[in-house]
Design a protein around this ligand. Structure first.
Ligand code: FAD
Length: 257
């Protein structure tokens, strides 16, 4: 590695397997890597033929954490995730020196309620945002909506339920409403159905005890591109618009494919 390389070599310190298709990785962090909660980095793994394959990954860890954490799908036959899911503690992970992305709170002006809508691994950037102070200080209410196919695919439940007990967040904990959503089964304590269906029927707002409106709501959406498109369409009907640099709005999104 030379100073000119656009990446650093980091070492895996922890691997957590959530389900056959979901796992998390923790690795060392180059102290020079700076990012805002919600951003992503490029990760690289070496293939057997010696070539390197790169993919974008949102940071799960907060900007102040000394380590980096990532939350990954295993795509059957996927060029990157087939390699990534075969790594062990002590193995090397290449991490781009620069962070990217606009799924950050500086997309928004004003607002009172922050809605974080995630499907699958789209949860990752929201854990980083919730691990940081800004969202808790800026908003009166935070609604985290996390959708998975089955309850076995709802990862990070101890961390999410334990946010309130984290010493540095304890004073803000009552601001958070967590709404897990399971699409393929009725599960006690979870909403049932697609995020779009729950939005259309009003069930999501009812469960949050909060209405979506352009003055108060700021909405981040991450994960499956179809879910994002459909949700954006429904929000647009309610006059919640995509936030652009030339025209601040109420909605920010990150498509994963
Ligand atoms: P690919 O050939 O890249 O993908 C094959 C197919 O798998 C895609 O066409 C799609 O149908 C499906 N797919 C890809 N990613 C996902 C996914 N995350 N969940 C469900 N289906 C998927 N992936 C993560 O797992 N965690 C992240 O934090 C993450 N952050 C991303 C941030 C950005 C900005 C972008 C653009 C993508 C992100 N991705 C993330 C997706 C990731 O970059 C790869 O697509 C994924 O690792 C699969 O790589 P692959 O080579 O195995 O399969």
């Amino acid at each position: 590695m030379t100073a000119d390389d656009p990446f650093t070599r980091q070492t895996l310190s922890d691997i957590n397997v959530w389900s056959p298709s979901l796992f998390s990785l923790r690795c060392s962090r180059d102290p020079a890597l700076r990012f805002r909660a919600g951003q992503f980095a490029r990760l690289g793994v070496q293939k057997a033929d010696g070539s390197t394959v790169w993919r974008a990954y949102s940071m799960v860890s907060a900007p102040h954490d000394e380590f980096l954490e990532f939350f990954s799908i295993v795509v059957p036959g996927g060029e990157f995730t087939s390699q990534l899911s075969g790594l062990s503690v002590g193995d090397e992970l290449l991490v781009g020196k620069q962070a990217f992305g606009f799924l950050t709170l500086d997309r928004f002006v004003g607002g009172r309620d922050l809605w974080l809508l995630a499907s699958g691994t789209g949860l990752a950037p929201f854990l980083s945002i919730l691990g940081d102070f800004e969202a808790w200080q800026r908003f009166e209410r935070i609604v985290l909506v996390y959708s998975a196919r089955t309850d076995a695919e709802l990862a990070y439940q101890p961390l999410i339920h334990g946010l309130a007990e984290q010493e540095h967040l304890a004073e803000y904990a009552s601001k958070l409403t967590y709404l897990p959503v399971v699409t393929r089964a009725q599960v006690p304590g979870c909403l049932h159905g697609r995020i779009t269906t729950l939005l259309r029927s009003g069930e999501l707002e009812q469960a949050a005890g909060l209405a979506l409106d352009p003055l108060h709501s700021r909405v981040m959406i991450c994960g499956n591109p179809q879910m994002i498109d459909d949700t954006r369409g429904l929000l647009k009907e309610r006059d919640l618009q995509l936030s652009l640099s030339r025209r601040p709005g109420q909605v920010a999104v990150e498509n994963y494919w």
